[in-house]
Ligand binder design. Structure first.
Ligand code: HGY
Ligand code: MN
Ligand code: MN
Length: 429
């Protein structure tokens, strides 16, 4: 089966493709237009970090798509992009969208699938002759992955008032560039950032479509599913400080090597996660001075940990930190642990979730599976301020945050139709 990027995946039973008789979906053309931006030709992965050139190109693409459809385009005070149909001041808007930034060497679908599908769903509704009775907005939320500054969902957190301007001004990337400096260099006024309650007061519902980052839909045989909840999850930075020295002349007994404590902590993280049925990953490391023939002075490792409930997450992270301190003590290493990002459990609003399910049941005759996820999303961050819901599109391998991430074109189009059905049911009474 042809994938949106033209490569061929394994043949799958084509889902009941309820294509609008009037027009082929605009999805594929948009997908191809967006695909080259920030893509590494060697790995096929993406590097679309917040406030970089690739991010600017993605933003230009979004604005062009909005203006080509006659939508009213704006960027909010936090750099999130909005494309409006109808008058936002009328309130009770139905909003859909996702993010366009990526993790290092990320996949093509995580984020962009939701944004491209939003425009394609609007095109589908226009082809159906749908008449909107509520304002509609399509969005790109900035810096969802937190790949550059370490904090997830910066754009939606700022807008929802879950990240203060002061804390945002403290964020800095690996080169020491602060978030405000990066925004300013990208042509945005960092002075303006902050909560935007007036904007959120105009939103009646936010629906985010996202590629599934797991295999539940592949296992159930469904192209599309509905989200129930997001696991609590966070990121902790472990700084192991030892003593730089010569790798070739320093006796083992005389060393204070932070790499040892780090390595033992990584193994402890896996052990504690297995014991608790949770997830723990050390995926990012920075070593100083990072020389082949130098015992490090500092090993900085970032832990990503997630669990189905807060107690389990607390238990796992506490156990990992306790083990790390014991290892550090044993090797004469100093250890600092800093929580850099945290998102509590999200239970999507049942009324909107069930309304989506009902709309789709009426239109397709089928009952979509409802599934939880360990992946964070802007819809999760916004769920404390407005009713939010998510649609997931099947990912046959479940792989994500990798160039291997993909979804078959048929399933992407099924996602567009499902999103169009939901938007029509919510905004076109
Ligand atoms: O890390 C996450 O869960 C999301 O991809 N930002
Ligand atoms: Mn992601
Ligand atoms: Mn995402």
């Amino acid at each position: 089966m042809k994938r949106p990027d033209g490569t061929r995946g394994t043949a799958r039973p084509a889902t009941a493709a309820r294509q609008s008789p009037t027009h082929p979906s605009s999805f594929t053309k948009m997908w191809h237009d967006l695909r080259p931006i920030g893509r590494n030709a060697d790995t096929g992965g993406y590097r679309r970090y917040a406030w970089t050139g690739a991010d600017a190109d993605c933003r230009t693409w979004f604005q062009e798509q909005a203006e080509a459809r006659g939508l009213t385009y704006e960027t909010d005070r936090n750099g999130n992009q909005w494309a409006w149909l109808g008058d936002p001041a009328a309130g009770d808007a139905v909003v859909t969208g996702s993010h366009l930034d990526s993790v290092p060497d990320g996949g093509a679908f995580d984020g962009p699938l939701g944004v491209v599908s939003s425009f394609a769903a609007l095109d589908e509704l226009r082809a159906r002759g749908a008449e909107f009775t509520r304002p509609l907005a399509l969005t790109n939320f900035g810096d969802e992955e937190g790949a550059r500054f370490g904090l997830a969902c910066v754009g939606s957190r700022l807008t929802a008032g879950r990240l203060t301007r002061e804390a945002a001004y403290e964020l800095r990337d690996a080169d020491g560039v602060t978030l405000p400096q990066a925004m300013e260099r990208a042509g945005y006024d960092p002075e303006a950032i902050g909560p935007d309650p007036e904007r959120l007061a105009r939103v009646g519902a936010f629906v985010e479509l996202h590629v599934e980052q797991g295999r539940a839909l592949d296992l159930s045989g469904d192209p599309v599913g509905i989200a129930s909840a997001i696991w609590p999850h966070g990121r902790w930075r472990f700084d192991f400080r030892g003593e730089a020295n010569h790798a070739g002349t320093t006796r083992l007994v005389d060393r204070r090597d932070p790499m040892l404590s780090y390595a033992e902590t990584v193994l402890a993280a896996r052990r504690e996660a297995e014991l608790a049925g949770a997830l723990a990953t050390f995926g990012k490391i920075a070593v100083e001075p990072n020389g082949v023939n130098a015992i490090p002075s500092l090993v900085r490792g970032w832990l990503d940990s997630r669990a189905a409930d807060q107690d389990t997450l607390d238990t796992v992270v506490t156990a990992i930190e306790k083990a790390a301190r014991e290892y550090a003590e044993a090797h004469g290493i100093d250890l600092d642990v800093v929580r850099e990002s945290f998102t509590p459990v999200v239970e999507f609003q049942h009324a909107l979730r069930d309304e989506m399910g009902e709309i789709l049941r009426e239109r397709t005759g089928g009952t979509l599976p409802v599934l939880g996820t360990g992946a964070g999303h802007d819809a999760g961050i916004l769920s404390e301020s407005i009713p939010t819901a998510m649609l997931f599109v099947r990912n046959p391998t479940g792989v994500s945050h990798s160039p291997a991430e993909h979804a078959d074109e048929d399933d992407c189009l099924a996602g567009v139709r499902a999103l169009a059905d939901v938007l029509e049911g919510l905004a076109c009474r």
